[in-house]
Design a protein around this ligand. Structure first.
Ligand SMILES: Nc1ncnc2c1ncn2[C@@H]1O[C@H](COP(=O)(O)OP(=O)(O)OP(=O)(O)O)[C@@H](O)[C@H]1O
Ligand SMILES: [Mg+2]
Length: 273
């Protein structure tokens, strides 16, 4: 007997308007179990806005976002609980907390112990805390940051801050991970290592939707890639389909697809989008 599995993420007709500006225009997209899907497009195309619509930061003007067949509530913490985790284009770490503490914050949505257990320091609380630390240390080992566990997040080099964001996102045990420009500011070696990390994440059973300007990264990794231009999805498919599409070539005129856009280093902030 064959059954058609519903996609893990099913986005139908999502539109996001800000006043007179339509930042995302009737975009549909699916991500299946075990897939790595790319989302590319010129600056201002609506990629981050699309992520914000998926994660409850924005309530789409139109359209629906389903995860495992259920419409997601438009609240970030409920989306995280449902199983979608993300990283941010402008890194959002707690700069003055340690690397380990940052991951423990990401774990919070999966721990059931309440505030009273914490205040009373019940044995169950201690046990849950020990388990959380163990899991966080595993994630730091997985992302190559174990020896930096006690460092303050703000003292990490830029590429490691990106990795820490990924570790923190994974701490919520997601089924789907959304990465918004994970290699921005990384050097070529770090970028290649990030590719391996994304493959390893997929191999652990987590599907990935990734926004990137680095085309080599995208085409090395992704099973399919969707292209957004001025809020609209103009094409979706494999490397050949995307690279040979006239509309994509026009949209990127002057910036050959083989090239990666030079990344602009950013600084740690707790308040940026
Ligand atoms: N909260 C907001 N209010 C008004 N306009 C917004 C808001 N958020 C995004 N926009 C606008 O929506 C458009 C899409 O922006 P978005 O950040 O999603 O693009 P992007 O594809 O992620 O670009 P980049 O590659 O530069 O990150 C832009 O014109 C932006 O100015
Ligand atoms: Mg963006």
């Amino acid at each position: 007997m064959t059954t058609t599995a519903a996609p893990l993420l099913d986005v139908t007709g999502v539109t996001m308007r800000f006043g007179g500006l339509t930042a995302v225009n009737d975009v549909s997209l699916t991500v299946g179990q075990g897939e790595i899907i790319g989302l590319i497009g010129p600056n201002g195309a609506g990629k981050t806005t699309f992520f914000n619509c998926l994660t409850g930061l924005y309530v789409p003007t139109e359209g629906a976002v389903r995860y495992r067949g259920t419409v997601l509530p438009p609240k970030p913490h409920l989306v995280t609980q449902a199983g979608i985790a993300r990283t941010f284009q402008n890194i959002r770490l707690f700069a003055n907390m340690t690397v380990l503490e940052n991951v423990l914050v990401g774990r919070h949505s999966r721990t059931k112990e309440g505030i009273f257990a914490a205040i009373l320091h019940t044995p169950r609380y201690h046990r849950a805390e020990a388990e959380s630390r163990e899991k966080a240390m595993e994630l730091l080992a997985f992302t190559g940051l174990a020896d930096k566990a006690d460092h303050l997040a703000r003292n990490l080099p830029y590429g490691e801050q990106r990795k820490l964001e990924i570790a923190r996102a994974l701490a919520s045990d997601p089924g789907l991970l959304l990465l918004d420009e994970p290699t921005a500011g990384m050097n070529p070696q770090e970028t290649r290592a990030a590719e391996e990390l994304v493959f390893a994440i997929r191999d652990q059973g987590v599907s990935v939707l990734v926004i990137e300007h680095d085309m080599r990264f995208i085409f090395n990794l992704c099973d399919r890639t969707a292209v957004l231009v001025q809020g609209q999805k103009i094409v979706e498919g494999d490397r050949e389909t995307v690279q040979n599409d006239e509309r994509v070539i026009t949209a990127y005129l002057g910036a050959p697809l083989e090239d990666s856009t030079p990344a602009v280093p950013e600084t740690v902030t707790e308040t940026d989008q």
